[in-house]
Design a protein around this ligand. Structure first.
Ligand code: PFF
Length: 452
């Protein structure tokens, strides 16, 4: 077995990398538009409950499996229960990594193009929403541009992943995460001091429970798992590079805190700006590209803020695509004994092939755009991998830790180097609450088709 898998140089390095994985387009792209779609504050409350009751327990479960085995998603199950079907759960995770990375890199590719346009001063002048829509449509419907941008983003990701754990992933996170934080705080500072910002706060913090449909609850769960990078073994993989004496419970809570905090801060960045410009908060997935692009010119130094905003998105996306690619690469390194270099490039090429239909599903090809009743290939990949696979994966991981490997083993692992407080509560959450709650939501979603 591969002896030289690599390790984080410290638990702080792990926290940065894991927070980088968690904080991504999910926080800045998906969270704000889902909040917009489901009416603000009440959705956020449900989201927070899911983070506490499901997200953090599953995160601890994944990390304990990873560190105890020092293996990535498939190998971890193999090591704990050889000759069983459990490694298939890891296999599902690797597949899910492929699926998410393929569509994620398309959206991440758009951020590169917007960043480039911002550098050229494109968002400094007044822009009507028709013009902004046209820019977005022209970019996303252009097959060559969309495909090349996704390819560029995948290559950027591969260049980091090929460098290994401490020399590639951790090193990138050490630079990118502080830059990310500084830019985000700068942008929030700008946004909350705009005229009309208070309407944005009112929207975010209005607890109107009448807007809280079952679909909103389902969506909040999918979002919590997606945002914390759970249910596909990313945290098993990242956990496998932890040192024996690292404090895992503390690191997990820190990562969860940052991920959730930054989703809120992204809300504080986007909604005040939206209301300032008189735009509608229910802008859908194109919110950050179409609506935000019309707003910068209403701010002093708007073109600089546009550069910062799209740069921020690209950075957030990159630290997440790195973790998605790592899940798959680690499988080939651990289980197939490929060199990291070879695994990185072969997997990147395969992901690129799967990214093409996603890149073509915004008008580039009528077939991929209109398929699945108009949801399109990317839309469907987002639902299937970003919601269903993650939820199914989360249930299976909880059942594994709670009923197969055993809470006792997991707690002993988490207490090595750390101190898991309320271990009994955690055990009950992993054994009963998480699997049952996620299963109910999944079944409801499957029957109503409400899992967007
Ligand atoms: N957590 C990332 C985000 O919020 O954008 C997306 C993601 C990364 C999901 C890694 C799953 C994963 F394994």
């Amino acid at each position: 077995m591969s002896v030289n898998r690599g390790k984080w140089s410290s638990d702080f390095g792990f926290i940065l990398a894991a927070a980088g994985s968690a904080i991504g387009l999910g926080n800045i792209w998906r969270f704000p538009y889902t909040v917009g779609q489901y009416g603000g504050g009440a959705f956020i409350l449900v989201y927070l409950a899911f983070v506490a009751l499901i997200g953090i327990p599953v995160l601890l479960a994944e990390l304990s499996v990873g560190r105890s085995t020092e293996r990535s998603a498939v190998g971890a199950f193999k090591k704990l229960v050889p000759n069983s079907w459990w490694p298939a759960v890891g296999g599902l995770g690797v597949l899910c990594g492929f699926g998410i990375l393929s569509f994620y890199s398309v959206i991440a590719g758009w951020t590169l193009r917007y960043f480039y346009m911002a550098l050229g001063g494109r968002f400094g002048d007044a822009m009507t929403s028709d013009e902004s829509t046209q820019i977005f449509t022209e970019l996303t419907a252009n097959p060559t541009a969309a495909i090349l941008l996704a390819a560029a983003f995948l290559v950027l990701t591969a260049l980091v992943v090929r460098g290994g754990i401490s020399g590639g992933i951790e090193r990138a996170a050490r630079v990118l995460m502080p830059v990310f934080l500084v830019i985000l705080l700068l942008l929030v500072g700008r946004s909350v001091t705009l005229d009309g910002a208070s309407e944005g706060f009112a929207f975010l913090f209005a607890f109107d429970f009448s807007k809280l449909s079952a679909a909103a609850v389902v969506s909040a769960l999918g979002q919590a798992l997606f945002s914390m990078s759970l249910g596909m073994g990313a945290m098993i993989t990242y956990g496998s590079y932890l040192n024996r004496d690292d404090n895992v419970p503390k690191a997990a809570v820190t990562v969860a805190f940052f991920d959730t905090g930054l989703a809120m801060i992204a809300g504080l960045m986007i909604f005040p700006a939206l209301f300032h410009a008189g735009a509608s908060p229910t802008g859908g997935p194109s919110l950050i590209f179409i609506v935000m692009a019309t707003i910068f010119n209403t701010m002093p130094f708007g073109s600089m803020f546009a550069i910062a905003f799209y740069g921020l998105l690209a950075i957030a996306a990159l630290t997440s695509t790195i973790s998605l690619l790592e899940v798959i690469v680690a499988y080939f390194v651990d289980e197939r004994e490929w060199s990291r270099e070879r695994a990185t490039w072969v997997v990147t090429a395969a992901c690129f092939a799967l990214a093409v239909p996603s890149a073509l599903s915004f008008g580039g090809s009528a077939f991929f755009t209109n398929m699945f009743g108009g949801t399109g290939f990317l839309g469907m990949a987002n639902i299937v991998f970003g919601n269903y696979f993650l939820s199914i994966g989360a249930v299976l991981i909880c059942v594994f830790v709670g009923w197969k490997w055993g809470i006792g083993n997991a707690v002993a692992e988490l207490n090595r180097g750390g101190n898991l407080r309320a271990a009994a509560v955690w055990g009950a959450l992993v054994r009963y609450v998480c699997p049952v709650a996620v299963a109910i939501v999944l079944i409801y979603a499957a029957f109503t088709g409400n899992y967007l």
